[in-house]
Design a protein around this ligand. Structure first.
Ligand code: ADP
Length: 347
């Protein structure tokens, strides 16, 4: 091999090693003659793939079938395949291309390229779930409004008591739709506002202001809110969105606490600005604790609906906190209560 050839070979090897797709080349006898690092790190569980026959060294039936088909038909095979890698289901855009000799167009082997599209698939699934969830959430109140209006038009309007009761329900359901739509708009606004301008905001004052807003809600359930608020804890945030975070957490604490309970709110300076909302409510099981931040996730649908919840509150809270560059965590025990702790960068 002359120097030029060596250089070429080196370049080819470096390229193959650094490509993020898994690549294999199988010769016409079925021997694996090239395998790159991505293939080894993704699929190879320690066996020697290079120089082995593909039927023996490749453990995934879908890939083997595609190689076999491409060798047999001498045509490119392109499929999306799913493969269990360890315990995870992964999706790949897989292409097997026959390599034909230049002159006589005879099959020399095949090249296999596997591109991981798992992230893309899960985004697509999230989008589908989201549309299904929104439609479902809207369908219930709309069906109810339609049903009650029809019954009224069919004659029930002539009885004043029924008229009032049904109109009440219609108003309540319309409010639900309005609430849902405004939360959805809010969520999409935050998602689009990655350019949001952060400013110095007084977390202590914002918390005091927010407490006034929820005082009435707490009063209705005889809930006492105790506070321990250090003065002038300044954080990087956007004032109105920060207020929304605090109000959402406080409303949840009230909604998921029994009559006469106590809620504690702490604001302190611990390097970062810290806000804690601590309740003695129903609590959240360990396996639900990460899920409650997902859109539309509610542990008890009936209970959340009863209190006017949409299942979007915590998704909005998490989104906002992340846009601020902060974090939110929950600690909770079923039957004992929950602590939501927001950590924000100091101004
Ligand atoms: P919702 O509008 O249903 O309150 P959220 O997104 O605010 O929606 O919360 C999602 C779910 O998390 C709630 O339905 C509830 O099951 C649970 N949850 C939220 N906050 C609390 C809390 N303080 N105590 C117990 N459960 C809570």
């Amino acid at each position: 091999m002359n120097n030029e050839q060596k250089l070429q070979r080196n370049r080819l090897e470096t390229t193959l090693e650094n490509i993020p797709s898994a690549i294999l080349m199988v010769d016409k006898q079925g021997r694996v003659v090239i395998v790159n690092d991505t293939y080894n790190s993704t699929f190879n569980q320690g066996q020697q793939v290079l120089e082995g026959h593909y039927d023996e060294v490749i453990t995934y039936p879908a890939i083997k079938r595609m190689i076999k088909d491409a060798i047999y038909t001498e045509k490119t095979i392109n499929e999306t395949i799913d493969i269990m890698v360890n315990v995870h289901k992964k999706y790949f855009d897989a292409v097997v291309v026959p390599v034909l000799s230049r002159r006589r167009r005879k099959l020399e082997g095949v090249v296999v390229v596997l591109h991981d599209i798992t992230k893309l698939k899960s985004l697509e699934q999230m989008r589908k779930d989201f549309v299904a969830n929104v439609s479902h959430e809207l369908k219930t109140p709309i069906t109810s409004i339609k049903g009650f209006s029809e019954t009224l038009l069919d004659g029930a309007k002539n009885d004043p008591d029924t008229l009032e009761m049904f109109l009440d329900i219609i108003l309540k359901e319309s409010n639900r739709i309005q609430g849902l739509v405004s939360e959805l708009l809010e969520l999409s606004k935050i998602e689009q506002s990655s350019h949001i301008v952060l400013d110095e905001v007084n977390l202590s004052l914002k918390t005091e202001n927010s407490l006034e807003v929820v005082q009435q809600l707490a009063g209705r359930k005889n809930i006492k809110i105790e506070t321990l608020i250090e003065e002038d804890v300044l954080v990087m945030a956007e004032a109105s969105k920060l207020k929304q975070v605090i109000i959402n957490l406080l409303s949840n604490a009230i909604n998921y606490s029994p009559e006469g309970a106590v809620i504690r709110v702490n604001v302190k300076n611990e390097g970062d600005g810290i806000l804690e909302v601590i309740d003695e409510g129903i609590g959240i099981a360990k396996e639900e604790q990460t899920r409650i931040f997902e859109r539309f996730y509610r542990i008890d649908k009936a209970r959340s609906r009863e209190s006017g919840g949409t299942g979007l509150g915590l998704a909005i809270v998490k989104h906002i906190v992340e846009v601020f560059g902060g974090t939110i965590v929950v600690e909770s025990e079923v039957g004992k209560g929950s602590t939501f702790r927001v950590c924000l960068k100091k101004a």
